[in-house]
Each structure stands twice: as C-alpha cells, then as structure tokens.
Design a protein around this ligand. Structure first.
Ligand code: ARG
Length: 459
C-alpha cells in the first residue's frame, strides 16, 4: 500500500530497498523532543492566528505530550515505513487524537520542520559544549594554581628550549579552550533563528505568525528568507567547525599527556580512574583515555569534511542529500562531549610530578638563553655575540658531560673575560622562570595573575 502521508498519487508502495535507503528514523528519533516542541509551538500559533480551532490545537498539543512520554518511556514503536521522526510522531498523534492531527501540518512542510528540529538539537549541543568547556577550564585552573611555580622544561621541536612553569603550561590550554568557548557562543548567537513557517521553500499563503513560533522556541527571530531557511546547513557545519577546532586542542593536550605519562618522561601520574592495565604486562598503566581522545577527534574532523561535501553541490532549496547531515553531527557531538568530559576527568585527577619536572627542566642547557641575556645586560655585549659565547660554553659543558651551572668561573672567563660570579644567579631554572615577567610570560607571579583574571571572567 502507498504511504499514508504522501501516497495520494501513488498506486504502489516502495520497494524494500527504497524504504531502506530513504528512512532516517533509525537516527533522527534523537530529535523527538525537538520535533514535538516545534509542533506544539506551531499548533498554538495556528490557533492564535485563527487558522485552526482552539479545541483542535488543544487536542494536538495534549496528544503530542502523550507521544513524547511514550517515546521517552521506550514504549513507542518506530516504523521505517514512516521514514522519519516527523511522520512517525504525526502518525501516532493521529492514532491517539484522530482527525485534528491532520490539521497540524497546515502552513508547514517537513523541510522547515526538519530544519527547525535540527537547529534546536544543535543549539542544545552548543549549550552542552559550553558546560563541558567551562568544567575543563575549571580543572585546568586548579592545576595551574597548585603548580604556578613548579618548573618544567618548555619545548620547541620537542627539544628542551627554556624553563617554563607548570601553571603557565596549564594556562596555555585555558586560553585555547577559552577561545573555543567564545566560538561556541558566537555560533549559538548566529544560528539561533527560526526556519519554522518557511514551509516547503516559498513561505505560505496562510496568515501564520512566524515571530510567535520563533519566540516560543527560544529563537531570537524568524529567518528572513524562506529559501535560505530550508536550504541552510551552515549552522551545522559551523557546529562541526567549532567542534573540530576544539577537538584539535583536546588532541594536542591528549598527545602531551601520553608523552608525559611515559616512564621516560614521568612528568605526570594519571589516576587509576583514568588509566587501564595490560592483560599480559603486569607493570603497565596505559593512558587509554588520552589515546582515545586523540583518535576520536579524527571522526569529528571527518564529519566536518563529510557535511561540507554533502552540501557543496546542492542547488536551492531542499534536496534529500541533506538528510545525511544528522548522523555526522550526532556522532561528532557525542564524541566531542565525551572527549571534553574525559579530558576534564584526567586533568582533575592527574598529579604533576614536581621533582621530575624540575629535574627535567634543569637538563638540556635550558638556561642558555638566560646566560646570553646576562652577558648582554651586564657586559654590554651585542646579543649575537653573547649567543656565540654561550654556544661555546654549551659545547664545553656537553663535552664535559655537565650542565651549565657546573662549569667553573675560570672556564667561563676563558670564553669571555667580562664574566663574573653573578652569572651563576641566572643559571638556575627557578631564577630563569622568575625573571620572565614580561606580560604573558611564564613567571609564577604572571601565572597567578592570569589564574585570577580567568576566575573573575568565569565568575
Ligand atoms: N527526513 C528528512 C530529512 O532529514 C526530512 C525532510 C524531508 N523532506 C522532504 N521533502 N522529503 O531531511
């Protein structure tokens, strides 16, 4: 038999394969709550504008709540023949309330309906991402505060560069996740317009009130162009782009945690709660959560590219290709939220190994720049020459198998006669970080300032 929603012109029902490729109910049932909220707002508006009777609208709105409770209670039987969440809900509404159910779809199409539902769904996810990012930032601030003056090596090329503080390193991620947070908020503000009432593509002749439905659903305003309203998926792509950038930050940090927790680095000890063991090697404690974050991020990037590919060749307005938007966004959202939560848990629970961090900071000639800077400051040597002298002292220390502070004053003076005892003051890693007082620098005092600023910003 033909479809009860659109089968008027059809003599035969769809082939099983047609039904299989067409159906989205397997995944878009995740938008049930949004679909019902949209329909309830639409029905109220239809009554307020006199398009349907108050009693029909009341029956529809009540019936939809019954449908929602059936779905939430796991008592709803989804039908593939009914294609998607929109038609599943409406068909069930008809079973429950009868004839008035058929009036719900007045002045509306599935095209504006799905665009509305999906915007509501993505909006909820942006709110969840905001919560997740705030929690992660909070965990990082705790780490930064506790270790504002712990010294660790800072790297470039993953080679020891200059000493930095643990707090400074944590705060670098606070800045990154803070920008992610502002991107989330920007995306939310931009996407929060209602497509409802754009109907199939051209608007409708019914005297609907799109401002009313927009307001009821928490949108800032109705979208201004009906063709755009049903065609646009840039809101979903922006969600995926914001997620991708944030995921990239999560992945970089995850990579650092994998390296830092290795026996060779021992910069951090991850908690048992966020580690796993090996079934053969009894000594193992693996940073699986970090590795999985690093890996899952690939799916988020993939979803971003996939949806761009789906959309890039579509003429206006709706094409069924667009049904492929949802699985990508659902999967990316799930994995982004999971990665944020796992990272927050790892950061809260991890222990920075202060002694090991400091020992690592002291090796690798990490204060060579401080030595060169001292020569500039105290002897008036041009920086380029100071760099050269210091390079020679590094080579000497390397040859002797010692660190810079272990060289004798005589050995140093052999390279540059103007060097005095005072130089040893700047060769310790503590002195080095304390001296980096430039705005945004790694000095503990600067780190504490930034922690305080962020706490104020976040309230
Ligand atoms: N399940 C569809 C989707 O997700 C709903 C819109 C269907 N519109 C249509 N004209 N067939 O895109």
């Amino acid at each position: 038999s033909s479809n009860q929603m659109w089968g008027g012109r059809f003599a035969a029902g769809p082939d099983a394969i047609m039904e299989a490729i067409n159906a989205s109910i397997g995944y878009d049932q995740r938008m049930a709550a949004q679909d019902i909220a949209g329909s309830r707002a639409h029905a109220a508006m239809l009554a307020a504008t006199g398009i349907i009777s108050d009693s029909d609208a009341e029956a529809i709105r009540e019936g939809l709540l019954t449908v929602l409770s059936e779905i939430e209670g796991g008592k709803f039987e989804f039908s593939t023949a009914l294609e998607d969440i929109h038609m599943n809900v409406e068909a069930r509404l008809k079973e429950i309330i009868g004839e008035p159910a058929g009036r719900l779809h007045t002045g509306r199409s599935r095209n504006d309906q799905v665009a509305t539902d999906f915007r509501l769904w993505v909006r909820d996810q942006l709110d969840a991402a905001e919560t997740g990012l705030l929690a992660l930032i909070d965990a990082l601030l705790s780490q930064a505060e506790a270790g504002a003056d712990w010294v660790m090596p800072g790297f470039t090329h993953l080679q020891t560069a200059q000493p930095v503080t643990w707090g400074h390193h944590m705060m670098a991620y606070v800045e990154m996740f803070g920008r992610d947070l502002s991107r989330v908020r920007d995306a939310r503000a931009r996407m929060n317009e209602s497509p409802l009432g754009a109907a199939a593509l051209a608007g409708t002749g019914f005297p609907i009130d799109r401002h009313m439905t927009a307001e009821a659903l928490g949108f800032d305003r109705p979208m201004a162009n009906s063709l755009d309203a049903v065609s646009a998926r840039d809101f979903a792509i922006e969600f995926l782009s914001v997620a991708s950038i944030s995921a990239m930050h999560l992945s970089r940090f995850a990579e650092e945690l994998v390296i830092w927790s290795s026996a060779q680095f021992r910069f951090v000890t991850l908690s048992d709660r966020f580690s796993t063991g090996s079934s053969i090697m009894p000594q193992k404690k693996n940073p699986d959560a970090a590795e999985l974050i690093r890996a899952k991020i690939g799916r988020i990037f993939g979803a971003n590219v996939a949806l761009m590919m789906v959309m890039k060749g579509l003429p206006l307005a709706y094409s069924k290709d667009m049904q492929e938007d949802k699985e990508q966004v659902f999967d990316a959202a799930d994995n982004w939220m999971l990665a944020l939560a796992a990272m927050e848990g790892m950061v809260r629970d991890m222990t920075g190994n202060r002694e090991q961090l400091e020992a690592a900071a002291s090796s690798g000639f990490s204060t060579a720049t401080d030595l060169a800077d001292w020569l500039v400051r105290e002897t008036g040597l041009p920086f380029r020459d100071a760099h050269h002298v210091t390079g020679a002292l590094v080579a000497l220390a390397e040859k002797k198998g010692c660190d810079l502070p272990d060289l004798s004053l005589e050995e140093m003076q052999a390279e540059n006669a103007a060097i005095t005892e005072g130089i040893f003051d700047v060769l310790t890693v503590q002195k080095s970080v304390a001296s980096r007082m430039s705005y945004g620098g790694t000095a503990p005092a600067r780190v504490r300032e930034q922690v305080a600023r962020w706490k104020e910003v976040l309230g």
